[in-house]
Design a protein. Structure first.
Length: 255
């Protein structure tokens, strides 16, 4: 949403051609032999399958970590190998007066809905600040702060990719993506419950991949504060409301 779609068919064709060129002639340059179209099409399917496998593995890993974190925050039992992870999460969340996991928010006006990983209410009073956090386990990219990317030779390429209107003042990167999404959830919560958003942060959970014979799973937890981008959220929702068919509801978790 609000960015150019990823043209997987087109891009995979160019990736396949590049791979085959370099297999024919290392450091291929213009004028060197070209792979056949048939060979490119075959390699393209391999590239697409590889991308899909990475996506599925990343999603499966993310779901597993989310499930374990939800159990811990709800004071449910987890296997002993996650005891260290439990202590790490408790150090972050145990000070809240009320803590809710997988909290669903919805807007009748905009016909959008989503699920917040964790909501922490600091005090018993209705005027308490409410903190919002999302778990992220993007094992391929981590968290990126610009649209620049490393190519397969380790060279940094600058793409200068921006989001589409009405947030075209923001550069495409996972940090801004996560900030916008968490801000959107916080705004929907604020509108429904009339409680002020306080701190918003992404909790990036990185598996340090310990040896199989170690007793404990070892994770590195890193908090990334994000701003409450309320103005951008309102602009996005109003743009969406004016330009889309509201016969259908939209699940924000799909974006």
């Amino acid at each position: 949403m609000f960015k150019e779609p990823f043209e997987s068919d087109k891009i995979s064709w160019f990736v396949a051609r590049k791979q085959l060129r370099e297999e024919i002639v290392p450091d291929w340059s213009k004028g060197d032999p070209e792979p056949s179209n048939e060979a490119i099409e075959v390699r393209k399917q391999i590239v697409l399958k590889g991308w899909n496998n990475k996506l599925v593995n990343s999603q499966d890993y993310g779901i597993d970590i989310h499930d374990i974190a939800e159990k811990i925050n709800n004071n449910k039992e987890v296997s002993p190998e996650y005891e260290l992870f439990k202590r790490q999460l408790n150090a972050i969340y145990s000070h809240y007066r009320f803590l809710y996991s997988e909290f669903k928010v919805y807007s009748e006006k905009y016909r959008v809905a989503g699920t917040i990983d964790t909501i922490g209410i600091r005090q018993k009073t209705l005027n308490s600040f409410v903190d919002f956090s999302d778990f992220k386990t993007n094992i391929e990219k981590g968290i990126t702060f610009t649209s620049s990317k490393l190519n397969d030779k380790g060279q940094l390429k600058h793409y200068r990719k921006m989001y589409l209107k009405p947030i075209d003042h923001l550069e495409e990167c996972t940090y801004n993506e996560y900030a916008l999404k968490l801000s959107l959830y916080a705004y929907l919560f604020e509108q429904e419950y009339k409680m002020k958003p306080g701190r918003l942060f992404i909790l990036f959970i990185k598996d340090m991949k310990p040896e199989e014979n170690l007793v404990q799973k070892i994770f590195k937890l890193q908090e990334y504060p994000v701003p409450y981008m309320k103005n951008e959220v309102i602009a996005m929702l109003e743009h969406y409301r004016k330009n889309n068919n509201f016969a259908l509801n939209v699940d924000l978790d799909d974006y």
